[in-house]
Design a protein around this ligand. Structure first.
Ligand SMILES: NC(=O)c1ccc[n+]([C@@H]2O[C@H](COP(=O)([O-])OP(=O)(O)OC[C@H]3O[C@@H](n4cnc5c(N)ncnc54)[C@H](O)[C@@H]3O)[C@@H](O)[C@H]2O)c1
Ligand SMILES: [Zn+2]
Length: 367
């Protein structure tokens, strides 16, 4: 399976009457004007956290007010631990107190935590109101703001409560990445590298040859890699919105990545765990005869060159291979039987397969 077509400045997610645009090179100042084209009601609530609000809240609110929206803002404390039903409830309460109706809209200004929580509140308030994503982390720009998966965590598991609810638009101002912590940026880069491996050898090569520009946040280079990532995700989502099949390719590196996150009690960033997962899955693919040895070598080299971890030595505590296999079974339960791995056939093409060998994985994990 592979997905490819050339990058542009704006990307469309084609989902019939729920289609929407992703603006890659937008600005916070233009959000208000952009939203006037969507036929929304006058009332808008900007949902954000104190960190992002302090940096960018006023610019966004001024832009919305300039376009004659009635704007209120809702603040959620900063952190994954606030992506909960309780905090979704606090959004509902604020909306009810302020007489929001079915035409009112939410704007998510923040990273994936704010995007997922706001999207979930929008999916469920009065059985669904419109919402717009203004992603402020690289991860949110290339992944969580696109595709309509929204949700909150439950004490018994991450993202266990959720809904599919597509945004009306995704608007990015790439300038906001300047204030993002380096580790957060790199965690997002892991997902960008993922898109290269699953669907676009040219993107993979670009990441290799333009590393310095990308790490220096050169706007053209960022626009290119974020645009390409969004195109690939948009293409996959348009073909398989609810993950009946193809959409699972986006989980490349994630079966092992999720196991690492669990074993590390969520102290390792998701992107870092996925980076290790991608290297391990590429080795598993080679050992299983899906690809030649150049694939795991190139994947490891690129991931390492971005300062991301490639092996289990990056973990605080090295788990026994059997513990690891147990942690992977969590995915198995969710899928009713067999763990399916996404494995590369070459750079730019992957397969989803149940044909992988547990002893081979154990061997790789004990190296
Ligand atoms: N819905 C999906 O399809 C999907 C996909 C991937 C991940 N996710 C979810 O996304 C979440 C992770 O998102 P994330 O990695 O963006 O983390 P995050 O939202 O916690 O943001 C990371 C940190 O960066 C700060 N921040 C955000 N923008 C900033 C900026 N421009 N400048 C300075 N600081 C800034 C935030 O306040 C936070 O402290 C997880 O909950 C995950 O489950 C969802
Ligand atoms: Zn991910």
């Amino acid at each position: 399976m592979s997905v490819s077509h050339p990058a542009k400045g704006a990307v469309t997610v084609n989902l019939g009457d729920r289609s929407y645009g992703i603006e890659i090179n937008g600005s916070l100042e233009a959000v208000g004007e952009q939203l006037t084209q969507l036929g929304l009601g006058r009332k808008i609530a900007v949902v954000t956290n104190p960190t992002v609000k302090q940096l960018y809240g006023q610019r966004l609110i001024d832009s919305l007010k300039g376009a004659e929206f009635q704007v209120m803002s809702i603040e959620i404390p900063d952190g994954e631990e606030y992506k909960t039903l309780d905090w979704a409830n606090s959004i509902y309460t604020a909306l009810l107190i302020n007489h929001f109706d079915r035409q009112s809209a939410l704007v998510a200004l923040g990273g994936g935590v704010i995007g997922d929580l706001t999207g979930f509140a929008a999916a469920t308030f009065m059985r669904g109101i419109p919402f717009v994503q203004v992603p402020s982390t690289l991860l949110a720009m290339v992944d969580s703001s696109v595709g309509g998966k929204t949700g909150v965590n439950h004490p018994m598991g991450k993202n266990m409560i959720g809904a599919f609810h597509q945004p009306k638009r995704v608007l990015m101002d790439l300038g906001v990445l300047k204030t993002l912590a380096k580790e957060e940026f790199l965690a997002g880069m892991a997902e960008v590298i993922k898109y290269g491996i699953i669907a676009d050898a040219a993107l993979f090569d670009y990441l290799d040859t333009h590393r310095t520009r990308i790490l220096d946040l050169d706007p053209d280079a960022l626009g290119h890699i974020i645009g390409r990532s969004c195109e690939i995700k948009a293409d996959v989502v348009a073909k398989d919105e609810r993950e009946a099949g193809l959409r699972a390719i986006l989980n490349f590196g994630h079966t092992i990545g999720h196991a690492i996150e669990t074993l590390e009690n969520y102290t390792m960033r998701h992107g870092y765990a996925v980076a290790i997962g991608m290297v391990t899955a590429s080795r598993l693919a080679h050992e299983g005869g899906f690809c030649d040895s150049s694939v795991p070598e190139r994947v490891e080299k690129l991931i390492k060159s971005y300062g991301l971890p490639t092996g289990l030595s990056a973990l605080k505590r090295r788990p026994a291979p059997v513990e690891f296999l147990d942690a992977i079974q969590v995915d198995k339960k969710a899928e009713g039987g067999t763990v399916r791995f996404v494995l590369p056939k070459k750079i730019g093409e992957v397969v989803i397969t149940k044909e992988w060998d547990e002893t081979v994985l154990q061997k790789i994990l004990s190296q």
